[in-house]
Design a protein around this ligand. Structure first.
Ligand code: NAD
Ligand code: UDP
Length: 316
């Protein structure tokens, strides 16, 4: 049995990860300040004696005897990470430093949840890990993009200077049950709008693309990366679904799958919104024997059912 710390454990991805790690017989400490996460995401785990939930901010050092750290704490949706950009930079950078410091003291292995945003508005398509990216370092998204880039830098420097075992994954747009309904991300927004027959808000002309990964595929990729015995494989490695869709296609698909009466309306494209995004997952296939198994329609079906139930029961 390993004792595993999951920062951001009450968030969308973190709560799925905690559940999976517990189901595999581990002890899990979930650390979260509940900025975008919610107790509802982990309430079902609270009866498990091997699960501990701690209200804590990763900007302060944390001490516990642990074997592994999954460092996920950071708001991930543009509206939330731009709400207080300074705090987002602190969370990414100081959070990574504090967790790497903890890894150094405890000799724990740390997996850093990085992002496809490190590629910015990419000039190379699909994105390969060797591409250095095209990020506007003073734009509205930079608090998140540069914070995450710096966190990768820190991981590599702690590894080189202190021999810390680090693993970096670059996560591409992920969706599924337990996303916050008002999170502002495109999949949750469109499903909530469609289920309530409200206007579907497509940014720009909807020709920008994203590649959507179902949560279960991501969790599998995270665990394979952490558990890989060859610790010399640090990454970064892309974890995403290469199926690429325009945002307009996504809107039409969700309207059709929900039998919605919603109309599509067009809203301004946010600053620096990447025009295209699709992971090259050759490295994940080769090193982790991993590839996604859930097609968009199948994952959307489960996600729609989740939000539908949320609306029926009024719970979140
Ligand atoms: P989320 O907002 O649901 O989860 C983030 C969690 O971190 C929340 O529970 C939040 O309360 C917590 N948090 C934020 N600041 C904190 C702080 N200072 N101290 C402690 N906890 C804090 O988002 P998510 O989608 O679950 O994302 C999890 C991680 O994965 C993030 O690091 C994000 O950057 C990364 N990621 C997610 C996606 C995606 O598509 N969901 C894509 C790329 C990367
Ligand atoms: N988007 C949209 N309508 C919305 C929310 C998002 O058209 O209501 C667009 C957004 O401009 C972007 C894409 O959908 O082009 C994905 O946005 P999201 O915030 O989910 O993720 P990210 O931009 O970080 O990939």
């Amino acid at each position: 049995m390993k004792r595993i710390l999951v920062t951001g454990g009450a968030g969308f991805i973190g709560s799925h990860l905690c559940e999976r790690l517990l189901s595999e017989g581990n002890e899990v400490i979930c650390l979260d300040n509940y900025f975008t996460g919610s107790k509802a995401n982990v309430v079902a785990l609270l009866n498990n004696p091997y699960f501990e939930s701690v209200r804590y901010d990763v900007c302060s050092p944390y001490f516990a005897e642990i074997d592994e750290i999954y460092n996920l704490a950071c708001p991930a949706s543009p509206i939330h990470y731009q709400y207080n950009g300074i705090k987002t930079v602190k969370t990414s950078v100081m959070g990574a430093m504090n967790m790497l410091g903890l890894a150094r003291r405890t000799k724990a292995k740390m997996l850093q949840a990085s992002t496809s945003e490190v590629y910015g508005d990419p000039m190379v398509h699909p994105q390969v890990e060797s591409y250095w990216g095209n990020v506007n370092c003073i734009g509205e998204r930079s608090c998140y993009d540069e914070g995450k880039r710096c966190a990768e830098t820190l991981c590599l420097n702690y590894h080189r200077q202190n021999g810390i075992k680090v693993k970096i994954i670059r996560i591409f747009n992920t969706y599924g049950p337990k996303m916050h309904p008002n999170d502002g991300r495109v999949v949750s927004n469109f499903i909530m709008q469609a289920l309530q027959n409200k206007d579907i808000t497509v940014a720009g002309n909807g020709s920008q693309t994203r590649s959507f990964q179902y949560i279960d595929d991501l969790v599998e990729g995270m665990i394979r990366m952490m558990d890989r015995t060859e610790d010399s494989f640090i990454g970064p490695v892309n974890i995403g679904n290469p199926g690429e869709f325009t945002i307009l296609e996504l809107a039409q698909k969700i309207i059709s799958m929900t039998n919605s009466k919603s109309r599509i309306v067009y809203i301004p494209l946010p600053q620096d919104d990447p025009m295209q995004r699709k992971p090259d997952i050759s490295l994940a296939k080769e090193k982790l024997d991993w590839q996604p198994t859930v097609a968009l329609d199948e994952g959307l079906k489960k996600t729609i059912a989740y939000f539908d139930n949320l609306l029926q029961t009024g719970k979140k």
